[in-house]
Ligand binder design. Structure first.
Ligand code: ATP
Ligand code: MG
Length: 754
């Protein structure tokens, strides 16, 4: 046997033992940051370096493809280019490749297409239609979710009938499930779930194929094993059966995907499945400070069902965890942004050292707006930018139509969204007429009786036109934007279709739309003469500037789910309020609080040096301010590692690291009243970060004085009419020719003198 490679010195004794225990089943259940992923990485390098296996004989499965890429790069650094031949990736990517090779054996060809969720739902929609179900009544998404659940539990269409047929929906699902499977096969297509279950079918039906892969994969390694589902468990067990060199690493305390069918028993049963399994615990955390680990430990201890584990660190005690107690989501975003700027200046962090983690995607909106306004580069991970989301674009398309009905593009986007029975043929005819006569589509629609359409389609068009006309009239009669939007969502049937669908995705879409309504109400309440057109302009401005330079270091915005396995020097866990984190409704029926707590544990343990929690006392919901209670989780954190900092919007303006009355930068036309917030706040500004000064050379010699003519990249030309503050807090009020009055921070506004 070759001598031990020197790279093993990068590991502690336990980690070395795990990396070099190559033969036989190995289980590593260990806390966050203890080096599980690192052990897998070094183990692979070791196997190759020692000649135990060629890269092609190792199968490494990670939770994201990015994780696989990073692991591979690391291995390459340890052992050189040999690592390039490694096969690693997610279950989906690895098994889709195996299926390409073996497709014929299960009745597909190697060029089979892969259906994403939308494609799957479209296929189901077609099938529903063909079988005289109304896809508005029987939602394709609902059916798809049910089919997907069944597939992941390895329940076949025939079995579905036996096991589930209790309700009409069960009955329909059972029927559609069978037809859907046939349709996919007919189309030579596999959906995401098939990528996991077809290999099982392949291996069960073709012993020789199974043997071939059993022989090939001498070593199998799985990261984040706590989040594998039944199908993943089964397929890896099949493959590992011959050599039994299966090494799985995970942390039961970080199991956060049970809603997607992840099965924690996979980790718990490992020792039963593999009698001679060796278990090596890792106990030293290398990632976080003592304070952060103590907070994490105090949280996870509240759960009843976790495995006993020890986790300690040699790292410093570190900074106390700061709980930011905020008035509302805008204060929250402002204070987080201020802290980012402040820590960057004071401690020399780069933007990419920061992560803002939230429970639900829609929370990103206020952060996106705030960070953008403050000139902080960010990157939104694992989700479309808020204003690019389909549902938001749809609603904005409706609103645009009210303001500018001749906009054909927006009209076409929503004329049949939700479906009103205006078919492609009718639409095709209408658009050709519009093109031929040089009129807008809207004009053609208004005179639809001239168009010779199929009668039901004509009626639908009329109804649609009437609805838009009515809403336009409302706007003209000064009905508020908030109310018009509400009516629009109701009359168009948009909200109803989401409610009926009742899937996690449609719930998210509803939440996002509610969040858009919040943005509209906020705009309306805080803007003089709030016009729909100016709101839409504001929004399009946000979308236009949504192109950031990827090479620039950027603050990461992501959900806690997406942050699994990652680490950041400074982490903000925001929105720590009841019904938000833990997510749920008032009485928490159907909510798995222990899983929510594990999610909080995951969030905390992403932090290396410094951790912030934040919660709001109120949030905009349904266009109104709703009081929020702080999360129970905050009370569970060991009190000696946290301190609370109650914000004061008023005092923030005096605080040394404030960027000024940032809310007034939201819109120069905005009149922001803060006094009503006053009683809630502790007047003492308890910011501990005093003592840093930023030096501006000759602050008063800059050309941006009252009376100067200036130009802003977005607002265009204007004139400075007022100037307040000094140094980094200098603000100017500019009257822009086209956009009116705006208050801007000089430091971030990028004005030029003209
Ligand atoms: P998670 O549970 O969050 O997935 P993990 O157990 O996979 O965490 P790693 O990500 O492998 O932990 O390691 C956490 C951090 O500690 C990484 O930055 C890693 O490089 C570092 N680390 C792990 N072991 C050692 C070691 N022996 N010496 C120095 N640094 C280490
Ligand atoms: Mg890891």
């Amino acid at each position: 046997m070759a001598k031990k490679p020197s790279f093993l010195n990068d590991l502690n004794e336990r980690q070395q033992k795990a990396a070099t225990h190559t033969d036989g089943p190995l289980l590593i259940v260990a806390g966050a940051g203890s080096g599980k992923t690192r052990v897998l990485t070094y183990r692979i390098a070791y196997l190759i370096e020692q000649g135990k296996a060629h890269p092609g004989e190792i199968l490494a499965l990670t939770f994201t493809n990015k994780a696989a890429r990073e692991m591979k790069e690391r291995i390459q650094k340890l052992i050189g280019d040999e690592a390039k031949k490694l096969w690693m990736g997610t279950f989906h990517s690895v098994f889709s490749k195996i299926l390409r090779f073996e497709a014929e054996k299960i009745g597909f060809t190697s060029n089979y297409s892969i259906y994403d969720t939308d494609d799957s739902q479209n296929a189901i929609k077609q099938i529903l239609r063909e079988n005289n179900y109304d896809p508005k009544e029987i939602q394709p998404r609902t059916i798809h979710r049910r089919i997907s659940d069944a597939k992941n539990q390895l329940i076949l269409p025939g079995q579905y009938k036996e096991r589930f047929v209790h309700s009409t929906l069960d009955d329909i699902t059972a029927r559609i499930y069978g037809m859907y499977v046939e349709r996919l096969k007919h189309n030579n297509a596999m959906d995401f779930d098939d990528l996991l279950i077809k290999p099982i079918q392949l291996f069960s039906e073709h012993e020789d194929v199974l043997e071939k892969y059993q022989d090939r994969y001498k070593y199998i390694l799985i990261d984040e094993y706590q989040d594998t589902n039944h199908a993943q468990y089964k397929v890896t067990n099949m493959l590992a059966k011959k050599y039994k060199n299966l090494c799985v690493v995970g942390d039961d305390a970080q199991s956060i995907y049970s809603f997607r069918g992840a099965d924690i028993t996979n980790i718990l049963n490992f020792k039963e499945d593999y009698e001679n399994a060796v278990e090596i615990p890792l106990e030293q955390n290398y990632r976080s400070t003592k304070a952060i680990l103590k907070a994490a430990d105090s949280i996870i201890k509240q759960n009843t069902g976790q495995l006993e584990k020890t986790l300690w660190t040699d790292n410093d005690t570190g900074e106390t965890i700061t709980v930011l107690d905020n008035y509302d989501e805008r204060d929250e975003a402002n204070r987080v942004a201020n802290y980012i700027n402040e820590l960057k200046m004071r401690k020399g962090y780069q933007f990419n050292d920061f992560a803002i983690l939230y429970r639900t995607n829609y929370q990103s909106r206020v952060f996106e707006e705030t960070l953008r306004r403050k000139g902080i580069t960010y990157q939104l991970v694992g989700g479309l930018s808020f204003y690019q989301r389909k549902e938001i674009k749809d609603v904005l398309a409706y609103l645009t139509l009210l303001s500018n009905p001749d906009d054909d593009t927006n009209l076409l986007r929503i004329i049949n969204e939700p479906s009103r029975g205006i078919g492609n043929k009718s639409l095709h005819d209408l658009t050709s007429t519009a093109r031929q006569t040089g009129q807008s589509l809207w004009r053609i629609l208004k005179n639809v009786e001239d168009a010779n359409l199929y009668k039901p389609a004509e009626n639908s068009v009329k109804e649609f036109v009437d609805m838009i006309q009515e809403l336009k009239a409302d706007l003209k009669n000064n009905v508020s934007l908030t109310d018009v939007t509400k009516k629009l969502l109701k009359k168009s049937g948009y909200m109803k279709s989401l409610v009926e669908e009742n899937s996690p995705k449609s719930m998210t879409r509803r939440e996002n739309i509610i969040e858009l309504q919040n943005a509209i109400s906020y705009f309306e309440k805080n803007t003089k003469n709030p016009k729909l057109s100016s709101f839409l302009q504001e929004i399009s401005l946000i979308t236009d500037t949504d192109k950031y330079d990827e090479d620039k270091p950027a603050v990461t915005l992501m959900t806690v789910h997406a942050a699994k396995g990652l680490e950041f020097p400074v982490v903000f866990v925001v929105g720590l309020e009841e019904e938000l984190f833990p997510v749920g409704s008032r009485n928490y029926e159907d909510v798995n609080i222990e899983e929510e707590r594990r999610l909080f544990y995951v969030a905390i343990t992403r932090a290396e040096d410094q951790l912030f929690f934040s919660h709001c006392r109120s949030r905009y919901k349904y266009g109104e301010e709703k009081p929020m209670m702080r999360s129970r989780f905050l009370d569970e954190v060991s009190s000696d590692v946290v301190r609370t900092e109650t914000g004061s919007t008023i005092n923030q303006n005096k605080s040394r690291f404030s960027n000024g009355s940032s809310d007034s930068e939201y819109d120069g036309n905005t009149k922001v009243e803060y006094d009503w917030k006053k009683p809630l706040y502790n007047k003492n500004n308890r910011n501990s970060n005093q003592g840093t000064t930023i030096h501006y050379d000759n602050p008063d010699e800059d050309p941006f004085q009252v009376g100067a003519k200036v130009e802003h990249s977005v607002f265009g030309p204007g004139k400075i009419i007022n100037r307040t503050g000094h140094g980094e807090r200098t603000k100017v009020v500019v009257f822009f020719k086209d956009r009116g009055r705006k208050t801007l921070m000089l430091r971030v506004a990028k004005l030029s003198v003209i």
